[in-house]
Design a protein around this ligand. Sequence first.
Ligand code: AMP
Length: 231
Amino acid sequence: MRLVLLGPPGAGKGTQARMLRELAGIPQISSGDLLRAAVHEKTPFGLEAASYMDRGELVPDDLVLNLIDTRLGAADAKQGFILDGFPRSVAQAEALRAMLMKRRGKSVDRVIALNVPDEEIVRRISGRRTCTKCGAMYHLVSGPPRKPGVCDKCGGELYLREDDSETTVRTRLNVYNATTRPLLEYYGGLGVLRQIDGMGKPEEVDARIVAALDGLIPKTARAKSARARGN
Ligand code: AMP
C-alpha cells in the first residue's frame, strides 16, 4: 500500500502514521524526521534546511526531493510506505508521481487528509513535547510522560521543538493553507482522496482511517486494530 497522510501541522499525521506502520507492516517516511536528522548531523544540507524550518517555512524542493527519493529507494519501501509530511505542494506531488513511475510504474493508492480546526492545532502543538533520542511525542495535557521531561520509551530528554512555538505554528498554518491545501483538489481529482475528521482520541481517528483504507490493508490487520480499541 502506498499511502499519503495529509493535514496541517499537529493534525496527528505522525501519531497515525506510527499506528498504521504497526498495522500494515510498511515503513513510515516522514520528511520532517528526515530533515531533522540532517539538521542534527549538521551537514551543510542540514544547516541550510534548518534556517527554513526554524521560521516555519518550507525547505526548498531540491533539498527535500533528494532525501525522499533516496528513502523511497530503500529495500523496506518496496512493499509500500506511509508518507507523512510529504508531498506538501502540487509541485512535490508531481515529483512524487515521477519518482514512483521511475521505480515500478506505481502510483499512490490512497491519500488520507486529516481535518482539524486551526485553534485546536495551536492548542495541540504548543503542549507538544518530542523525545530528543527516539522522536516519540507527548502532550503536556492529553498524553504526558510518566516522569516529566523524560521519554517513557527510551529515557531520552523531551523538548519543545523550536518550530512548535505559537508564532511559528501560525506561520506553518499559513503555509499549509496557501501551499499544501491545494493538494486536496489535486488528489481529489485523481480519485484517491479520503477526508477524515481528525478530532477525538488517536484510537478514534485511527478507526476512521482504517475504515477509509478498506480493501488496502489485510482483514487480519483490521481485526487487530479493532481489538486494540477494545471492539
Ligand atoms: P513536520 O515535522 O512535517 O511538521 O515538518 C517540520 C518542518 O520541516 C516544516 O515546517 C518544514 O520547514 C520542513 N518540511 C517537512 N516536510 C517538508 C516538505 N515536504 N517540504 C518542505 N519542507 C518540509
